[in-house]
Write a protein that binds this ligand. Sequence first.
Ligand code: SAM
Length: 284
Amino acid sequence: MSASQETDSKQSDAKHQIEQVITIFEQVAQGYDNPAMRFFPFCGDRIALHLQLKRGEKVLDIAAGTGAATVAAAQLTAPEGRVQAIDLAENMLDKAYVNLQRAGLSNADFHVMDALQLDFKSNYFDAVICSFGLFFLPDMLAALKEWKRVLKPGGRLIFTSFTAKAFQPLADLFRQDIIQNGVDWPEAKWQLLSTEDECRELLQQAGFTDFQFLTEQLGYHLNEAEDWWEVIMNSGFRGMINQLKPDQLESFQQQHLEHVRPLKNDKGVWMDVETLFSSARCPT
Ligand SMILES: C[S@@+](CC[C@H](N)C(=O)[O-])C[C@H]1O[C@@H](n2cnc3c(N)ncnc32)[C@H](O)[C@@H]1O
């Protein structure tokens, strides 16, 4: 393969990857704010606090989804401050807009925009946030460089990712069961950036400084195994489910939940959501 063919093939893989992610999130937007997935708003609050956002600041929330971090950032920066929230899945942003209004806030704008190609001027934002979004991007380093471009010198960045413990043992059970049903399990994007070392290296390469890493447990007990099914159907796991034939779905659900039920104790089914918060600054 010639160098230009290789570039074309990489570009078409990246395009395909983005399209797949968008299809999934357009599909799950309606059920994304499910109580079983309340770790997203928990995380949004933690992000806003860790960044120590202040009234009047200009914030960019990348891969904002239904706005968990957008709302938290809008709350802390109001009334003069403003949050620009971007995502490629329009349905997710529609929900984010409703969530902002429900919170009684109006200081955020929503844009359908690619995290790799920001339509914002350079040196503009005080802070850039990305909650559980960076690992979905086909070129994470290029994304971080682009985010650095729009940050003011000294501006703060924070992104979150899942550690290797997150969703275990539930995720491994799901993986085993779905593979048994003939579904491919490619490299799981959400398992990227699971260590400090990976995140540090990426931040270093992108030219950020003042790294800080913090691991927090955002998990909780789900009441029933069925709540885990809600997580699967309303999150990125849905991509795997979409590969089942329609007539396999019901029997897969039954089979998988049979394997999950023994994990339930008197508190419920533990869903681990160990989260790594990586933060850094744009050099001054
Ligand atoms: C796991 S969700 C996280 C949403 C939100 N930040 C939260 O914490 O609840 C990942 C989001 O990344 C978005 N996304 C994926 N690739 C993207 C891209 N290239 N540009 C912008 N958003 C993207 C998806 O549409 C989805 O809404």
